[in-house]
Unconditional design. Structure first.
Length: 281
């Protein structure tokens, strides 16, 4: 089968997110199964095609996801004219394959849910009362009636449009399936397919961190941000430590903004748990 993955993120393109990690995994696995795989991805500086782990990567030089969404169409069209694709996969986040699907409606599109932007916004927190008041006062001052920007409108969401264009849908979890299905519909069409992960030899050769003697280590791996559940874990730490002094919590990941303005999440956790420094790494 000829498979085209259209994704702004990829290990050889725009990196740093879970979508890119997934693309690197799934493309390699499908190529190893004998499929003819090509990936179309964004890159801040490079453009061109290179072989990688058994498949072909087409880098499209762009500044942002909107530009990628538009510029990838011609690159895809050239490859499709040379050797037609049987199927396209795209994530809903960023609606990367939106214009590709609009132009090539006869090619089946499968959309893999990651976390749509509307849900990211909700999980990371709505604007506070002050921010809402400022917005409303500006509207009053200008004498205009404008829908508050924090009120979600799916009809104006390009990710929702791509979702509706999909011929098949999948989600890595039942929870995400239910949330998206409730907001966007088509819940019965969404198949739950867990994310693959096959560690590379280089990954397995990474030196292990020395475990503190006599301690139980609970490790969080991922970006330190609200939507990953970091705050819930942080709030639980004092209760856990009260029950067991031999527990250590280790956080591994890039710290993103916290609820406290001017502090990243690592700084925020440290300040909130100042009395539990011996239990944090």
């Amino acid at each position: 089968m000829r498979i085209a993955y259209v994704s702004y993120e990829h290990p050889l393109g725009i990196t740093g997110g879970g979508i890119g990690t997934y693309l690197g995994q799934i493309a390699s696995l499908m190529a190893a199964l004998g499929h003819d795989v090509e990936v179309f991805t964004g890159h801040p500086n490079l453009s061109g095609s290179i072989p990688y782990q058994g498949y072909l990567v087409h880098q499209v030089q762009v500044l942002n996801v909107k530009e990628f969404r538009e510029k990838v169409v011609d690159v895809f069209a050239t490859r499709h004219a040379t050797n037609t694709f049987d199927i396209i996969e795209s994530g809903e986040y960023g609606a990367d394959a939106y214009h590709v699907k609009k132009r090539f409606r006869n090619i089946p599109l499968t959309v893999k849910l990651h976390t749509p932007s509307f849900l990211v916004s909700r999980l990371n927190g709505y604007p506070d009362v002050f921010q809402k008041a400022v917005f409303l006062l500006k509207c009053l001052r200008r004498g205009i009636v404008q829908k508050p920007y924090w009120v979600y409108d799916k009809k104006a969401d390009i990710e929702y449009e791509l979702f509706q264009l999909a011929d098949s849908l999948s989600s890595p979890s039942n929870s995400l399936k239910k949330i998206v299905g409730k907001e966007w519909g088509r819940e019965r069409d969404i198949e739950v397919v867990p994310l693959p992960f096959e560690p590379t030899p280089a990954f397995l050769r990474m030196p292990s961190v020395k475990k503190p003697q006599g301690k139980t280590v609970i490790c969080f791996v991922g970006k330190l941000e609200v939507r990953k559940g970091v705050l819930s874990l942080m709030k639980a730490i004092p209760e856990v430590v009260k029950q067991s002094k031999n527990v250590v919590f280790r956080f591994i990941g890039e710290p993103l903004p916290s609820p406290q303005k001017g502090q990243n999440m690592q700084e925020y956790i440290s300040s909130e748990l100042a009395g539990f420094t011996d239990s944090l790494q």
